[in-house]
Design a protein around this ligand. Structure first.
Ligand code: FES
Length: 269
């Protein structure tokens, strides 16, 4: 079972905005919306100035995991890395946000008494925040590219944090394996591929919250397909959380040595 979205976009209002280093947390009032499952996502659109200019086409909605849901409000974590996230990041309380969601399938509980380990990279920590809120004593490992980005770690107190100067979050994870654990991970494709390989090598289950280019968010455009061992799946309806064991790989260099993930390369969001 999963929480289903009401049909159509709804208009919400930004009620809070906070900055943590380069990250922005937007809080939207969504009193009529269903409570999302951890790992589900929403398609977000700024109600105004959502496009390059008056005579240009609007941007596509952007997909964001919900970071927290509380008292009819939703928190989203974003970083200004492209035209869409730039516009969203400048929203302030009182501005309108159009959203569709909650969408997709979220995380499943740990199997058979396994201790949950949350492994997040960069803005990918968002779904681990809400999942960590409901889990029993998770161990949380976070990786950020530098000290400025590590300011985002304030969103998950008690996490172990590493920055690229000292290593990667998968180095922290390697120290915890093997064990009677289940890994939950979200982050850039190379990180997820490293988590998948580590979990496979150590015989532990892992659930990966993956990212792909998404145009619709509800299964109609097939823009988000990724290959699994049993065929293609649409991340927006069959994911975004995928069992690591169902994948041959998350990411690999192509013949020319360029980096590619299993689905579409993420757009400049
Ligand atoms: Fe359209 Fe997944 S985003 S099918």
């Amino acid at each position: 079972m999963r929480t289903l979205a009401p049909p159509g976009r709804r208009t919400t209002e930004i009620v809070a905005r906070a900055e943590h280093g380069p990250y922005v947390v937007l809080t939207a009032a969504d009193p009529g919306g269903p409570a999302p499952d951890p790992g589900q996502f929403y398609m977000l659109t700024a109600a105004e100035r959502w496009g390059g200019g008056e005579d240009e086409r609007p941007f596509l909605p952007r997909a964001f995991s919900v970071m927290r849901a509380h008292d009819g409000e939703l928190d989203f974590l974003l970083e200004d890395v492209g035209p869409g996230t730039n516009r969203l990041a400048e929203l302030t309380p009182g501005d309108e946000l159009l959203l569709l969601g909650p969408l997709g399938r979220g995380f499943a509980p740990p199997r058979a008494g396994r201790r949950p380990i949350l492994a997040g990279g960069g803005v990918g920590i968002a779904p681990l925040v809400v999942w960590g809120d409901v889990l029993d004593q998770p161990l949380t490992l976070l990786g950020f590219r530098d000290a400025a980005h590590a300011a985002g770690a304030v969103l998950i107190p008690d996490a172990r944090v590493i920055t690229d100067d000292d290593g990667f979050v998968t180095d922290l994870l390697r120290d915890e394996l093997p064990g009677h654990v289940e890994v939950y991970a979200c982050g850039p494709p190379p990180m997820l591929e490293a988590v998948r390989a580590l979990a496979a090598d150590n015989g532990v289950p892992a659930q990966l919250a993956m990212e792909s280019g998404m145009a619709c968010g509800y299964g109609a455009c097939f823009g988000c397909v990724v290959p699994t061992k049993t065929g293609y799946v649409r991340l927006c309806v069959d994911g975004p959380v995928v069992e690591a064991d169902d994948l041959d790989h998350v990411w690999r260099p192509d013949a020319a040595g360029r980096h590619q993930n299993a689905g579409l390369d993420a757009p400049r969001r």
